[in-house]
Structure formats: structure tokens, C-alpha cells
Design a protein around this ligand. Structure first.
Ligand SMILES: NC(=O)c1ccc[n+]([C@@H]2O[C@H](COP(=O)([O-])OP(=O)(O)OC[C@H]3O[C@@H](n4cnc5c(N)ncnc54)[C@H](OP(=O)(O)O)[C@@H]3O)[C@@H](O)[C@H]2O)c1
Length: 385
């Protein structure tokens, strides 16, 4: 059997490294054609030495000379700049493009991969949040497919095949609730980046970890689910499940609810995506049900986590509204991590940005890029720096 050619965008991050673990666990199956990162030249060079891809890309152009130095003598072609991610997503002999970039910076590469008929193994949820309306027409015309890596969407993807789309009553997305599920509401103002970076169940990059603490991540996932499964937002529900064992559920019209369970380990949904439509033998996330003492569920607290409620409204509004929500959040999270704003300012800045900018109802790519830029400027202004 010939090897499957894979491109990994964001290879130095949490999902990128987990993807390489999955590839290591299945020797002889995949050929890594290209690796890309933003600025971590040291790890990128080490990965390149091990996997020997033809292309190695550093999105931050100013890091190219350091990358060259760290790569030493190499046959790989070195690329620099964010536009090169698109070129890698379109590589003619690549079958699977793993998009593990963080933020809306991953959008154009996702669109390019789908347009060129690739299997897009998608962790970069911001692509679907910002570019949701752009994907269905591309998917209709191409042989490509989106294979979700986000554990909740992977769960739903695995479950929806049990019934026709018109027999789905509800998608039930689970949320761990993050580190502040039981934290006193009056102390939210004092939450530090260090506290917010300690997630109770998942090890992830810093942006998604803060998103999980504010529940913005769950909001992004609601918008992502609407875009991916093409269902109205009133058929999407969020339930807090602190153990992170059930990764999501689907309720069908006969009131049957199906769930997908495993230990929290992103290598499981990554394996499912990389081998789809096959299931292969793998122990990542393996669960012994006899060890489970309890699975609990509770409704989300929208008063303490207002950004989740806003995400539902934004999903309902559609058009360019999710772009604004996402871009404002990216600005606010960076500012919070730099210690420039309070934890509670994140939701406030997102709300104020979404309220201030007019929504384009049927946005094209140019409208989305404009909305993204404007929302970043507006959020920066509102944050006061
Ligand atoms: N981690 C998880 O468990 C998890 C679960 C579900 C979904 N996701 C989603 O997966 C995506 C990645 O998350 P992560 O936790 O892996 O993030 P991460 O650890 O911060 O890694 C992000 C990766 O993207 C690269 N990158 C950042 N900005 C870039 C840019 N402008 N152009 C090109 N590359 C860029 C980074 O390079 P450098 O290392 O050089 O900065 C790194 O390789 C996010 O959309 C997240 O929401 C993650």
C-alpha cells in the first residue's frame, strides 16, 4: 500500500505534536510532506530532521535565517511567510492537510485545501467560525472533505452516521466547565493568566486554554458545529460534564441519545481523522469503564460565562458576526496573557466589538477578511491600548 502524504500546519503546537505521535504509532503508513510553524524554529528544525519533509515553512518571515542556521545542511525546501501555508495546503501530491494552526490565521489554508480536493483534518476551529459560509459551496464542487479533529466534533461526526440528518433532534456538546466552574463569581476579576492556564482535564496551547476558562471555546464550538453539520443553532445544546469522558452526544427524534466516550486524549480524534473512513487499532484514550466512578452533567452558567451566551446569539445572527466574535476574542486573549486586561474584560471586549460593527449577512472572503481586521482594530481600541 502506498504511503499517505500528509502536510502538518502548526506542527510545533499541541495538536501538531500529537499528530506526529499518531504518525509515529503507525510506522510505514504516512509520509510527512511538509511541516509549518509560526516562530518555534528549534522544534521545527528537530521535527524536520526526524521526518525529512520536502518543505519546511516558518510563517514569521523574520525567523527564516534562524531556521536556516538550525536546520544546517538539508535537502528540504525552506519557505517563509503566512502565504506559504496556502501553497502547502495545495501541494499536488498531498492527500491530507492537518490544520493545527491557532487562530483565524489558519482560514485561507483551510479554504485552499478544500478547494483543491484535499482531506482537511481540521483542528483550527477558527477557520470554520470565521469562514463558515465559505465552505459549503467549495465542498459541493470539490472531492475534498473536512475531517474534524476537535474532540467534540469528532464525537458528533462518529455519531451522526447512525441516522439520517432529518432524524437528528439535537447535538449535545459537552464542556468540562474549565478551571473556574466552581470559582466564586465575585473573584473573577482577580483571575490571573497563571490560574487560567491550568486546565483541569486537557493539556493544550495557551490560547485555547484561556478560551476554555472563559467558555469562549465552547461558544466557538457551537458556531463550528453549526457550520460543520449544517444544522440550525437551536438544535445545538451545551452541557457541562466536568470529567471530560463523554466528548459529545447526539439525540435522535426517537429520543435515543448516543454518546462517544474515551479518556481525554486528542490523539484519538486525530487517529480517527487520519485514517477515516477506516477505524484502526489504537490505544490512545482507552477507557476501562469499571474504573469510572461517576459521570456528572449540569447546565452552563451563562451569568458567570457570558461569552457562551453571546456565542449562541452570534451563531443565530450568522453572516460576519462570528468573525467579529472570534477576532475580538483573539485580541482580548493576547492582552489578558500579557497582563494588560482583566479576565472579565475578555467577554466585555467581545460583546462591545460585536455590538459596534455592522454585520454583513452573506459575506464573501474579502468581507470576512475586512470584518476580521476591523474587529481587531475595534477590540484593541475598546481595550484601551
Ligand atoms: N490543543 C488541543 O487539545 C486542541 C483541541 C481541540 C482543538 N484545538 C484547536 O487546534 C488549534 C491549535 O491548538 P493548539 O492547542 O495545538 O495550539 P498551540 O499549541 O498554540 O499551537 C499552535 C500552532 O500554530 C502555529 N502558529 C501560530 N500562529 C501561526 C500563524 N500565524 N501561522 C502559522 N502557524 C501559526 C504555532 O507555531 P509556533 O509554535 O511556532 O508558535 C503552533 O505550531 C486551535 O485552533 C485550537 O482551538 C486544540
Amino acid at each position: 500500500m502506498s504511503k499517505r502524504n500528509v502536510v502538518i500546519l502548526g506542527s510545533t503546537g499541541s495538536i501538531g505534536r500529537s499528530t506526529l505521535d499518531v504518525i509515529d504509532a503507525h510506522p510505514g503508513v504516512f509520509n510527512v510532506r511538509a511541516l509549518a510553524a509560526y516562530s518555534n524554529t528549534e522544534l521545527l528544525a528537530r521535527q524536520a530532521a526526524k521526518y525529512r519533509p520536502e518543505y519546511v515553512c516558518i510563517a514569521d518571515q523574520s525567523r527564516l535565517s534562524t531556521l536556516k542556521e538550525q536546520m544546517g545542511k538539508t535537502e528540504a525546501r525552506l519557505l517563509a511567510g503566512e502565504d506559504e501555508l496556502i501553497r502547502l495546503a495545495e501541494l499536488s501530491d498531498a492527500e491530507i492537510i492537518v490544520n493545527a494552526v491557532v487562530g483565524a490565521a489558519g482560514l485561507r489554508a483551510s479554504l485552499a485545501a478544500v478547494e483543491k480536493g484535499k482531506y482537511l483534518a481540521l483542528a483550527n476551529k477558527e477557520s470554520l467560525v470565521a469562514g463558515g459560509p465559505l465552505f459549503p459551496p467549495l465542498l459541493e464542487k470539490s472531492e475534498g472533505a473536512i475531517l474534524p479533529i476537535d474532540s467534540e466534533h469528532s464525537a458528533i461526526w462518529q455519531l451522526v452516521s447512525s441516522g439520517r440528518k432529518d432524524t437528528i433532534r439535537k447535538l449535545i456538546i459537552t464542556a468540562s466547565g474549565g478551571p473556574f466552574r466552581e470559582y466564586p463569581a465575585e473573584s473573577f476579576d482577580t483571575i490571573s493568566p497563571e490560574q487560567a492556564l491550568k486546565h483541569p482535564t486537557w493539556q493544550m496551547g495557551s490560547k485555547i486554554t484561556i478560551d476554555s476558562a472563559t467558555l469562549v471555546n465552547k461558544g466557538l464550538e457551537v458556531i463550528e458545529a453549526v457550520a460543520l453539520f449544517q444544522l440550525p443553532v437551536n438544535q445545538v445544546e451545551v452541557v457541562v460534564h466536568p470529567q471530560s469522558i463523554i466528548h459529545s452526544m447526539v439525540e435522535f427524534v426517537d429520543s435515543s441519545i448516543l454518546a462517544q466516550l474515551s479518556k481525554p486524549d486528542m490523539r484519538l480524534p486525530i487517529t480517527y481523522a487520519l485514517f477515516w473512513p477506516e477505524r484502526v487499532s489504537s490505544d490512545f484514550g482507552r477507557l476501562d469503564m469499571r474504573e469510572l466512578t461517576q459521570l456528572t452533567f449540569e447546565p452552563p452558567d451563562y451569568d458567570r460565562f457570558p461569552a457562551l451566551k453571546l456565542a449562541f446569539q452570534v451563531a443565530e445572527t450568522g453572516g460576519s458576526a462570528p468573525v467579529l466574535f472570534n477576532a475580538a476574542n483573539e485580541v482580548a486573549v493576547s492582552a489578558f496573557l500579557e497582563g494588560r486586561i482583566k479576565f472579565t474584560d475578555i467577554a466585555r471586549i467581545i460583546r462591545a466589538t460585536v455590538d459596534k460593527i455592522s454585520i454583513v449577512s452573506d459575506p464573501k472572503l474579502a468581507d470576512i477578511l475586512d470584518a476580521d481586521r476591523l474587529a481587531r482594530e475595534t477590540a484593541t481600541e475598546i481595550a484601551g491600548f
